[in-house]
Design a protein around this ligand. Sequence first.
Ligand code: KIV
Ligand code: ZN
Length: 396
Amino acid sequence: MGDKERIIIFDTTLRDGEQSPGASLSIQEKVEIARQLEKLNVDVIEAGFPISSPLQFEAVQRIAAESGVSVAGLARAKEADIKAAYDALKEAKKPRIHTFSSTSDIHILGKFGDVRYGKSLEEKRQMVIKMTIDAVTYAKTLVDDVEFSAEDAGRTDIGYLADVVEAAIGAGATTVNIPDTTGYTFPSEFGQKIAELKRRVKNIEQAVISIHCHNDLGLGVANTLSAIENGARQVECTINGIGERAGNASMEEIVMALKVRSDLHNYYTNINTREIYNTSRMVSAYTGLIVQPNKAVVGDNAFAHESGIHQDGVLKNRQTYEVMTPESVGVPQTKIVLGRHSGRHGLKARLFELGYKFSEEELQTVYQKFLDLADKKKEIYDDDLRTLMGDELQST
Ligand code: KIV
Ligand code: ZN
């Protein structure tokens, strides 16, 4: 394998993530999350959509003023949006204007149905190319770093998509983002789309290829990894996978998949993975969006083992049932959950941790009582164990 290649992590928790129903954040909460994202070492923070509201504008402005990393503001391909994004970003050390136009026929016909945008589909498509060029050209007069997104690229005809991307790069875009806006594509299909763009777009080497995958079919992370394998070098993602509808590809899953399976490829990220869990909890607390217990990497059960066979294995060697350590993502420790599937080894280990001493015979008696109780309760907590032990054994 050749030299290692860095994957740029573009975090859009504060923009697309905040678009999750019911997840609105205050300015102060956005600023604190941005600080935590910087600790996590993301490369780009998309702080919001400045023209959409005064709160969004001010949040982007405050994050831009204090961040050391690139800060992006979203703008439709309209002069007023781009100007607002620039005004919010102008104090940033590394400002990025992120502008976008719709490129799929479904979007073009749906959004630009009016004849003033052209009579035929072909005329409307050409109008979108012109809007793209005008938007990127204008943004480029304000900042050096301009990203263009082809909205609904996942459902856009490849020949037309290549034309739009080439036009955006020709106008000065430094990053071209290929979103699977509706989470519609299959991993192999999306990967091929990226590979095909690399073949067709003449000036593609002048820009970074980015991708942005939604999770409508639960394929956001798989599509992201497939795109990386086919040439994408920036990934757009959110903490806990929050975002419009079923959300965006989850940052923690992408980052840990790349890290854990570094034997398979040559890519790495600069993410400080030990800050993942803290960031996940902060985003969950501020947005009010709970993390499902079985969520990969950051869910409560991600490092919890209940069955006796698993507990016994993990207590002997964690690698038997863990492909990464909890510490590597900032989770304090592996959790042995005591319930009706637990064995004597798990119970014994927990009782030792709680400070009890007992013989094998005593353990057998307590284990029986434990099983009786576990049949009545979903999970046995430390206080339940203390009550059980209080009857049977002497605490040290
Ligand atoms: O999903 C999408 O297409 C977007 C763009 C604005 C990048 O969020
Ligand atoms: Zn999106």
